[in-house]
Design a protein around this ligand. Structure first.
Ligand code: ADP
Ligand code: ASP
Ligand code: MG
Length: 410
C-alpha cells in the first residue's frame, strides 16, 4: 500500500472544528487505500504563547527547558487529532518524537535530525491505524527533548516521508501554495504550480517562512515530492520537485525579505592566513549560524570581514566576537540591527544576463541605498535599511513582474 505523509500547520489545526476537518482529510486518504501518517504542529499561535510564558518567568530561559515547554504544544495536537480520527470512524494512534525515536543532535531549539526509527510506525500502519506524529520535536542521545527551530514541523514531515519511503508529502497550510512572494507582504503575488528544490531552499533560507529550509534538503536528497497546499480548499497547490527544463526559461521565480537579521562588521583584522578560520570556527563553537560573509582586503596588512546572522543568535555572536577579536587584532566591531535583506531567486539566472542591474535599478528608482550585495548561482541579495525593507521588496517584485504568471512576463 502507498504511504502518504500529511503535515498540518498551526492554523490548520487551530481549533476543534479545524482538527476535525484535518482529520477527515487523513481519513479520506486512508479510505482511498493509502497508509497515512500525519505530522501536526501546535494549535494556532500556541508556540508563540508558550515562548511568551517562558519569557515572563525568565528573560533568558535555558534552551533545554524551552524545548521541554515548546514540545508540549505539538503533543496536545496529536492526541486531539487521533481522537478526531476515532470520531470519524478510523483507528488512530499518536506519538511524540521520542516515542518514534526521532533522534537529533543536542543543539536545543535548533536541533538537526540524525535518525528516525520507523518500526513502531510501520507496525501500527500495518495494523490499520492512521499514525499521528508530533512535529517539530525530537530527542537527543541523552533522552532529552529537543526542537528543530521555528517552523520545524515541515522538516519532521519530510524527513519522516523519506524514512518511510513515501514519495509524497502533502503540506497543508493557510495559503494556496508557494507564491512569487509572501502574499502578506506583496498582495499581488501569484501562486506557482511548481518550484524546484533549489529555488525554494534559497527562498526559505532567505526568509520565506512558508517552508522550513531543512525540510527541502531532505526532500531533495531522498526524492520526496512535496505538495504545499491549502487546508481550506481542494485546489491544487505548488509541487516542489527536481528542476525541469521549462523552469530555466523563468528568469526570477520569487522574491523574499528577511528582517530578523543583524550584520557584524569587523574592521581592520590582521590580513594573514588562519584569521577567518579562527573567527568562524569560534562562531560555530558558539552554535551561531552565519549567513552571508564578505571579506575585503583594505591594505596588505588589514582586511575587513562582515557577516550576517539571525537575530536570535545575537547574544551568542556578540560574546563569541568579543572573545576572539584580540586574537585577530581586530580594530573595531560594528553591529547593525536595523537591516533587512531583499533577495530574488531563480534557476533561470544561471543562463541569462541582465538580472542584477534590473534589481539594482529598481532599488535606485525607489531611492533605496544598498548596504551590501551577495549572490549565488541562482540568487541575488541586497542588504538595505530595515525601514525601507518593505518598499524594497515591492520595488523588486514589480521590476520582475512577480504579480504575473511566469508565462506572461516580458
Ligand atoms: P503553517 O503554520 O501552516 O506551517 P506558516 O505560517 O509557517 O504556516 O507558513 C505559511 C505562511 O508563509 C503564509 O501565511 C505566508 O504569509 C508565508 N509566506 C512567506 N513567503 C511565502 C511565499 N513565497 N508563498 C506563500 N506563503 C508565504
Ligand atoms: N509549532 C512550531 C512553530 O510554531 C513548529 C511549526 O509550526 O512547524 O514554530
Ligand atoms: Mg510553518
Amino acid at each position: 500500500m502507498p504511504i502518504i505523509v500529511q503535515k498540518f500547520g498551526g492554523t490548520s489545526v487551530a481549533n476543534a472544528e479545524k482538527i476535525r476537518r484535518a482529520a477527515s482529510r487523513a481519513v479520506a486518504a486512508f479510505k482511498k487505500g493509502n497508509q497515512v501518517v500525519v505530522v501536526a504542529s501546535a494549535r494556532g499561535k500556541q508556540t508563540d504563547e508558550l515562548i511568551h510564558d517562558a519569557l515572563e518567568v525568565n528573560p533568558n530561559p535555558p534552551k533545554r527547558e524551552m524545548d521541554m515547554l515548546l514540545s508540549t504544544g505539538e503533543q496536545q495536537t496529536v492526541s486531539l487529532f487521533a481522537m478526531a480520527c476515532w470520531t470519524a470512524g478510523e483507528k488512530a494512534i499518536s506519538f511524540t518524537g521520542s516515542q518514534i525515536s526521532m533522534v537529533t543532535d543536542d543543539a536545543h531549539t535548533k536541533a538537526r535530525i540524525q535518525s528516525i526509527g520507523t518500526e513502531r510506525i510501520k507496525k501500527k500502519l500495518s495494523e490499520g491505524y492512521i499514525v499521528i506524529v508530533a512535529g517539530f520535536q525530537g530527542v537527543d542521545g541523552e533522552g532529552d527533548i529537543t526542537t528543530l527551530g521555528r517552523g520545524g514541523s515541515d522538516t519532521s514531515a519530510v524527513a519522516l516521508a523519506a524514512a518511510l519511503g513515501a514519495n509524497l508529502c502533502e503540506v497543508y497550510t493557510d495559503v494556496d501554495g508557494i507564491y512569487t512572494a509572501d502574499p502578506r507582504k506583496f498582495p499581488k503575488a501569484v501562486k506557482m504550480d511548481q518550484i524546484s528544490y533549489d529555488e525554494i531552499l534559497e527562498l526559505a533560507s532567505l526568509g520565506a517562512g512558508v517552508m522550513h529550509g531543512r525540510s527541502i534538503e531532505f526532500g531533495k536528497k531522498y526524492n520526496v515530492t512535496i505538495h504545499v497546499r491549502s487546508s481550506l480548499n481542494d485546489n491544487p497547490g505548488t509541487l516542489i520537485t527536481h528542476e525541469v527544463p521549462k523552469m530555466e526559461g523563468i528568469l526570477v521565480s520569487g522574491a523574499t525579505i528577511q528582517k530578523e537579521l543583524a550584520k557584524f562588521s569587523m574592521i581592520g583584522v590582521d590580513n594573514k592566513p588562519g584569521n577567518a578560520a579562527k573567527i568562524f570556527s569560534h562562531l560555530a563553537k558558539a552554535r551561531v549560524s552565519v549567513n552571508d560573509i564578505i571579506q575585503t582586503q583594505v591594505s596588505p596588512e588589514k582586511a575587513n570581514i562582515s557577516f550576517t546572522i539571525h537575530k536570535s543568535d545575537l547574544d551568542s555572536a556578540r560574546a563569541a566576537i568579543e572573545d576572539i577579536r584580540e586574537q585577530v587584532h581586530c580594530q573595531n566591531v560594528f553591529v547593525q540591527e536595523d537591516v533587512a535583506e531583499v533577495s530574488i531567486v531563480g534557476v533561470g539566472m544561471r543562463s541569462q544576463y541582465g538580472v542584477a542591474d534590473r534589481m539594482f535599478q529598481a532599488l535606485a528608482d525607489a531611492q533605496i541605498n544598498i548596504d551590501s550585495i551577495t549572490t549565488s548561482e541562482i540568487r541575488i541579495s541586497c542588504l538595505v535599511a530595515l525601514e525601507q525593507g518593505d518598499t524594497a521588496l515591492t520595488a523588486v517584485c514589480q521590476a520582475f513582474e512577480l504579480d504575473k504568471p511566469a508565462s506572461k512576463r516580458s
